[in-house]
Structure formats: structure tokens, C-alpha cells
Ligand binder design. Structure first.
Ligand code: 1CP
Length: 334
């Protein structure tokens, strides 16, 4: 059993380290391949290259887990919505078409994502057995934000952009759940052994919708994983004190904390769950001393608990890989 899986299932008091966005923009070896592959979706659908990209940070840093090189937006893509990644801007999706979305069938969905599953299979064959291969999905709400283009320039939800009735939104969220469950199962069958659910925009949900748009869909996905014995980590970013409610209601095996929650508060309030993450990725842009002292803060707080070292969000593109290496060295010697 991989170490990460062992920690999540048996709540073993040992430590493990990996980074969100460890395979990507800050690595020169990634940028070299990216330069030759301008279309990001096609890069994710190139199983040979996406497997290679998944393994780049493992080769460089010998991290404990690999996360498959793909994107949460491959699901809307497989549901018939065009997805483009624009340089220096980010993802841009074609206008959502309700009819196309509801008419997609499960076979064509799996067929479109087959290269992702092939990449997982290839990676598992090359990856040391002790290391986890992490599959991931975006939570329904976070996907909805991209699919309906709900964010304003100020990083807030622009409710005027929601052209659907509540019942229709619920229908879309339920349909997304069904496809996400298939995507989880396919990734596990291909060789992944842990799933992480990214609800990156959970913090933008207004309080009256929090249960319906965050708790309910995440609970359904966690229950799906539990029924299949798949260890699952949730990352409901930006929800503040609601982390406690989330943990008590959703009951995932692991929970990634963001950098806005205080680790001591987390230790007192989040029980019966493996804590992962926390360190602000911007800290890695600072001096080595600052990186070490902030890393130490998290390791000290969680030293008597099962804890997976990670960040409070993904590594930033401007991160110096040498500083990542220094952090890992400190962690290993701790
Ligand atoms: O331009 C480029 O070179 C592409 C940059 C890039 C990369 C490397 C994007 C575009 N996606 C990815 C890969 C990716 N995305 C991974 C696998 C690699 C790894 O983690 O090591 C994962 C897990 C994701 C997940 C993802 N995509 C999330 C959830 C995590 C988070 O950062 O909150 C979200 C919101 C996305 C959408 C997305 N994809 C890409 C961008 C630029 C964005 C918008 C969010 C952002 O600005 O990071």
C-alpha cells in the first residue's frame, strides 16, 4: 500500500509530502514541452507526454506522490463544451449549451477521456509502488463557475450571469455528479489510488447556498468513494470557519487546508480527518529562512498527527525550483 493511502485509511501517524501544481508552469522541463504543445487540451490528451509531465517532479524531487497531469476542465470538455487555455489569461470555455450537455452519453464521455486513463496506466507502471498516484476532479460547483462563466473581474460571483432557474442549476449539478463519479471510477480502474476533489471556488458561494452547492455535492462524491474504498481528500478552498462544518458533514478521509485558516484552529476543530497542506505558496517566493520557518510552523503544529505536507493552494509559476528543493530537504531532515 502506498504511504499516502496508508495515512488516509489507517490514520497512521506518519508524514508524507507532495505539492499541488507540482507538475507544471514553474518547471523548466515542463515549459520546454509546453512550448512545443500550444494546445493545452491536446497536451492533456497525449498520454505519453502527460505521463512524462506527471513524473517530472518525482524525478526531480523524489516526492511521495504523483498527481496525474490533466485538468479539472477536461470534464466540461468531455461533456461537449469547448475549452481553450489562453496564454497569460487562463481557461476560456465556449458558451454553455444545455441541450448538448444533457444529451452527452456515458460511453462517449469515457471515450473522450480515454487518453487520461491511458496516461494513468502508463504512469502507474513506471512509478515506484510506495508512491501514490493521485487522481483528481473539480467539484460540481467549481466546474459550474467555469462552465457558466460566473466570475466577475473582481473574483466574485456575478449572479446576473446565472440564466437558469434553481431547478435547472440543481439538474446540472446532479448530472455533473454522475459524470464525476464515472471519471473517478475510471481513473481508479486505470491505476490511481487516491482521489482529490478541488472545490477551488467554494469560498465564493453565498451563505444561503453553501449547503446546496458545496456540502451536498461533495458529500455525494465522498460517499461514492467510500462505497468503493477509494481514499478521498477534499479541498474546499476559501471557506474559513466553515471548514469545521464541512468536515463534520462531508466526512472525507483527508482535508486540504488553505493558507487563510490558522493551523492551531484547524488542530482543535477538525477531528477524525487527515490534515493536508496549509503553507501559503507565496512564501516560496521569499528567502530560504522564511520558507524554513513557515514550513516548520506547520510541521510543529501537526507533529503528533497524521499530516500530509502540501501548500494552501498550487505552486505559483514564478516559484524557483531550487527553493522547492530546499523546502523538501528541510522537511526530510525534520
Ligand atoms: O498554461 C499552461 O502551461 C497551463 C497551466 C496549467 C496546468 C499546468 C493549467 C491551466 N492546468 C494545469 C494542470 C493542472 N490543473 C493539474 C495537474 C498538475 C499538478 O497539479 O501538478 C491540476 C491538479 C489542475 C487543477 C485545476 N485546474 C484547478 C484546481 C486547483 C486550483 O488551482 O485551484 C483549477 C481551478 C484549474 C483550472 C485551470 N487550469 C489552468 C488554469 C490556468 C486554471 C485556472 C486556475 C489557475 O489560475 O491556476
Amino acid at each position: 500500500m502506498s504511504k499516502l493511502k496508508d495515512i488516509l485509511i489507517n490514520k497512521k501517524i506518519c508524514k508524507s509530502i507532495w505539492f499541488m501544481r507540482q507538475a507544471g508552469r514553474y518547471l523548466p522541463e515542463f515549459r520546454k514541452i509546453r512550448l512545443q504543445n500550444q494546445n493545452f487540451v491536446n497536451l492533456c490528451l497525449n498520454s505519453e507526454l502527460s505521463s512524462e509531465l506527471t513524473l517530472q517532479p518525482i524525478k526531480r524531487f523524489n516526492l511521495d506522490s504523483a498527481i496525474i497531469f490533466s485538468d479539472i476542465l477536461m470534464v466540461p470538455y468531455a461533456l461537449g463544451q469547448r475549452v481553450d487555455f489562453i496564454k497569460d489569461f487562463g481557461p476560456k470555455l465556449d458558451k454553455f449549451n444545455f441541450k448538448v450537455f444533457t444529451e452527452t452519453n456515458k460511453d462517449s464521455f469515457t471515450q473522450k477521456l480515454q487518453p487520461v486513463y491511458d496516461a494513468i496506466n502508463k504512469t502507474r507502471n513506471k512509478l515506484n509502488k510506495e508512491k501514490s498516484l493521485i487522481a483528481f476532479i473539480g467539484a460540481p460547483w467549481t466546474l459550474l463557475v467555469y462552465m457558466l462563466d460566473l466570475k466577475s473581474n473582481k473574483n466574485e460571483i456575478d449572479y446576473k450571469k446565472i440564466k437558469f432557474k434553481t431547478e435547472e442549476i440543481n439538474l446540472i449539478l446532479n448530472k455533473l455528479y454522475e459524470y464525476l463519479a464515472i471519471h473517478i471510477e475510471n481513473q481508479i480502474n486505470a491505476g490511481a489510488d487516491v482521489v482529490q476533489i478541488f472545490d477551488s471556488w467554494a469560498g465564493l458561494i453565498r451563505p444561503e447556498d453553501f449547503i446546496n452547492y458545496c456540502i451536498v455535492p461533495n458529500t455525494k462524491l465522498v460517499n461514492f468513494c467510500k462505497n468503493k474504498n477509494i481514499p478521498v481528500i477534499c479541498f474546499p478552498k476559501g471557506i474559513g470557519k466553515n471548514y469545521k462544518k464541512f468536515n463534520e458533514m462531508v466526512k472525507p478521509d483527508g482535508i486540504n487546508i488553505d493558507y487563510e485558516v490558522n493551523p492551531n484552529w484547524v488542530k482543535t476543530n477538525l477531528k477524525h480527518v487527515v490534515i493536508q497542506g496549509g503553507l501559503n505558496p507565496e512564501i516560496l517566493l521569499n528567502s530560504e529562512e522564511e520558507i524554513i520557518s513557515n514550513t516548520k510552523k506547520y510541521l510543529d503544529v501537526f507533529k503528533d498527527l497524521p499530516y500530509v505536507f502540501n501548500l494552501g493552494h498550487g505552486l505559483l509559476p514564478s516559484t524557483d525550483p531550487d527553493k522547492v528543493e530546499k523546502l523538501i530537504k528541510f522537511y526530510r531532515n525534520y
